[in-house]
Design a protein around this ligand. Structure first.
Ligand SMILES: [Fe+2]
Length: 467
């Protein structure tokens, strides 16, 4: 049984509706020319429920499905696979959904789930590659290892040291090969920071003393420090267990930036005005200051979207690009709004992770958003020139996560292409757009036509073939 377009489930309607087929298609149709200097795979993760949900459905609950588009020698190939977690395997044995989620709590019996856990970790949010391993990530559980060919290997919990939660957004320092990650948890310690060496071994865990479980979806690193924003968006375990919203906005909590030396274990906090940052672009050290940027919102929309399950209206309003500057000498911090264009899913050239980056891309709204996350525009900020370049994909389109793919012979930060899915809500077709990162406003140099609709998804990454 597959899942159909539900009128009574907002997060299963339209582009949220899942696909049922796993395909392998070579030599995809292309309009334009795939540049010969692009060599690697674009892989996107996202929720794609395998079975009819038991009750209410939230998009955070859907089984992870990976879609890959391999680009090599000017041609493109497509593959998609569910991430076969233990929970999904139990459901496939049963032939029906066994688990609930944020959309409606439901726990299967031990007999129903077998060796699978009492809750589902759908591994549906992001995919990264570190030390040669591909990890599919969901912040409510440990990483799930997959192959570059999208086969599932299994949970990677580092000998039980990461049993409960793990961010979907680890940061990899390209100069040292280290990976830094974190987890926020509903029970103390509310925040943990994990350090991995260049071989992918977990070398250090730091427990951070915070007063409550603040929702932290992302963070940032510099060469010296790790950076968090602790906001009033709190995870409400008791409320969720009682059938209420899983999040609440508590102004009493306040908002502060946390800065901790990468080799240290003490966080220094800097108060700022209230706001929630869903994703960060980058951060870097500049003498006695640290600068970082991200998509900042008032935050309360996340509470409402988490509680009502509605996928439109005011909840659809995204954050605004914002710069944060922390003065370590003065002990102060400030924010500066960069633009009034709403958007999210920020990306940089990952070779600049942790050091000053000039070009910052994101998915944005050209018009007024009508559905959460349904962006229609690609924008790139040039922080030195103080300019922006944007390409509007058209009315009725949905632009996915915009990733940067460096040219194989790249000599400059923006020497490469921006890749993103573009869905046409009128025709139902999805393309992978390939945009010259130095000429964004000209639009795609090539559009790779997907052999099936790609449902609404979360994060994509580019994996080049050089390592
Ligand atoms: Fe994310």
């Amino acid at each position: 049984m597959t899942v159909t377009n539900h009128l009574n489930q907002p997060m299963l309607r339209g582009l949220f509706s899942p696909v049922a087929d796993e395909l392998d298609i070579a030599n995809l149709d292309v309009t334009g020319t795939i540049p010969p200097g692009i060599d690697g795979a674009f892989i996107r993760n996202g929720p794609n429920p395998r079975f009819e949900p038991i009750g209410g459905y939230h998009m955070f609950d859907g089984d992870g499905m990976l879609h890959s588009v391999t680009l090599r020698n000017g041609s493109a190939a497509y593959r998609n696979r569910w991430i076969r977690t233990e929970a999904l395997a139990a459901e496939e044995r049963a032939g029906r959904a066994l688990y609930g989620g944020l959309g409606g709590m439901h726990t299967p019996t031990r007999a129903e789930r077998g060796d699978a856990g009492p809750t589902k970790n759908p591994a549906n949010t992001n995919i990264i590659r570190h030390a040669g391993r591909y990890l599919a990530l969901f912040e409510g559980g440990p990483p799930t290892e997959v192959t570059g060919g999208l086969d599932t290997i299994g949970v990677r919990d580092y000998n039980g040291q990461i049993p409960v939660s793990f961010t979907a957004h680890p940061r990899i320092d390209p100069r040292t090969g280290e990976m830094i990650a974190f987890a926020y948890s509903p029970l103390p310690p509310y925040l943990q920071v994990f350090h991995f060496d260049a071989n992918g071994e977990l070398t250090r865990i730091v427990n951070v003393d915070t007063p409550a479980c603040s929702v932290m979806h992302d963070f940032a690193i510099t060469e010296s420090s790790v950076i968090f924003v602790d906001s009033p968006l709190l995870f409400d375990l008791a409320g969720a267990m009682a059938g209420g919203p899983p999040f609440r906005w508590d102004p009493q909590h306040g908002t502060r930036i946390g800065v901790m030396p990468r080799g240290g274990d003490t966080m220094r906090w800097f108060d700022i005005e209230d706001g929630y940052v869903n994703h960060f672009w980058n951060a870097w050290d500049d003498g006695d200051t640290i600068e970082f940027s991200g998509s900042r919102s008032p935050g309360t929309g996340y509470v409402e979207s988490g509680s009502s399950g509605e996928a439109g209206g005011a909840d659809a309003a995204p954050g605004l690009p914002t710069r944060f500057i922390v003065d370590l000498a003065k002990g102060s911090a400030k924010t500066e709004q960069i633009d009034d264009l709403g958007g999210d899913f920020p990306h940089i050239n990952d070779e600049y992770m942790g050091i000053r980056s000039r070009f910052h891309a994101m998915s944005a709204f050209h018009g007024t958003p009508d559905v959460i996350g349904h962006f229609d525009t690609v924008v790139v900020y040039d922080d030195i020139a103080g300019t922006r370049s944007l390409w509007h994909a058209g009315n009725g389109t949905v632009v996915g996560d915009v990733v940067f793919a460096a040219a194989t012979d790249a000599t400059a930060e923006n020497d490469g292409w921006l890749l993103c899915t573009v869905h046409d809500r009128g025709t139902g077709a999805t393309d992978l757009a390939i945009i010259d990162a130095t000429e964004v406003s000209k639009g795609p140099v090539a559009r790779v036509h997907m052999p099936q609709r790609l449902p609404f998804g979360f994060h994509a990454q580019w994996f080049d073939n050089s390592n």
